[in-house]
Design a protein. Structure first.
Length: 290
């Protein structure tokens, strides 16, 4: 199978799974999770860098890491300010799909059949809107989740632009400074939050260890993401990155089959319908590269 498809599937499953065990600890702060998760990200990146001899401090990678932290900040902020975790998640995911698709087509001039890709994007948006709560409010109220989605859909653009301009930095080499940027950006942000709020976040042992392991998994998912968006592969940025966002469906599947969420028949029919619409969009988007 083409490595781009393997990477997309790998990324979808891992990104849809790595936070799932934390459902066991609903009172564990999102910020505490981010703090511990980035330790896992940093440790795994440094191990790979030193084993492969690819340690470096590229400013481009570091900047992309900081940009990723900005996306995470807006999404976590949206969870509280917009009062709905699932709603904030699907809104930001819709924006990241749209931002990455437009970036690939307009900025990197990737080929895509608009007769298929435009209906595909519409399917994504319609399907995700079915998952968003009916009381979600206007776009002006939900601006945090949209800004978070925009950041998550564009944080790899500086690396791709630098690579196109002749920067000799492979995907593996990029992951080292990228992870360092994520770690230091996250720890600085969390430190500032704790100082401003005059309290420290709760770090119990079990969820903290699970969060570090989640960081290891996230790094594996990022490698899959790079295979998916490889410009020499079958998908590219405009198609490969939006497909990795199907991790939401994996996450919802864990919620339904393991944690007993969406208990009523009405909720499950709504979820099933939204899933079919989103998968139809994924199929059309993939075919648009044919």
């Amino acid at each position: 199978m083409e490595s781009s498809y393997i990477g997309a599937l790998m990324s979808i499953f891992i990104f849809g799974t790595y936070m799932t065990p934390l459902k066991k600890w609903p009172k564990f702060s999102s910020w505490a999770f981010l703090s511990m998760m980035t330790w896992g990200v940093l440790i795994s990146a440094l191990v790979v860098a030193f084993v492969t001899g690819t340690f470096n401090l590229s400013p481009v990678g570091f900047f992309c890491g900081l940009w990723w932290v900005i996306g995470g900040t807006f999404c976590f902020w949206a969870v509280k300010a917009e009062a709905d975790l699932a709603g904030a998640g699907v809104r930001s995911m819709g924006m990241s799909i749209l931002a990455s698709f437009l970036s690939g087509v307009l900025l990197f001039h990737e080929k895509s059949s608009f007769a298929l890709s435009i209906p595909a994007i519409i399917c994504f948006m319609v399907g995700l809107s079915r998952l968003s709560p009916s009381h979600g409010g206007s776009i002006f109220k939900n601006w945090r989740s949209f800004l978070g989605g925009f950041a998550f859909g564009t944080y790899l653009i500086p690396f791709k632009l630098a690579t196109a301009a002749g920067l000799e930095l492979t995907d593996v080499e990029f992951m080292c400074p990228f992870s360092i940027g994520i770690f230091f950006g996250s720890q600085l942000l969390i430190g500032i939050l704790q100082i401003r709020r005059h309290k420290f976040y709760w770090y119990p042992l079990a969820p903290s260890v699970v969060s570090v392991i989640a960081g290891f998994l996230w790094m594996a998912g990022m490698h899959g993401c790079f295979w998916a968006i490889d410009p020499e592969g079958a998908l590219g940025y405009a198609v490969g990155y939006p497909l990795t966002q199907l991790n939401l469906l994996v996450n919802l599947g864990w919620g339904v089959f393991v944690f007993g969420e969406y208990k009523t028949a009405k909720e499950r029919v709504k979820l099933l319908l939204a899933t079919f619409i989103i998968l139809a969009g994924a199929v059309l988007l993939t075919l648009s590269k044919g």
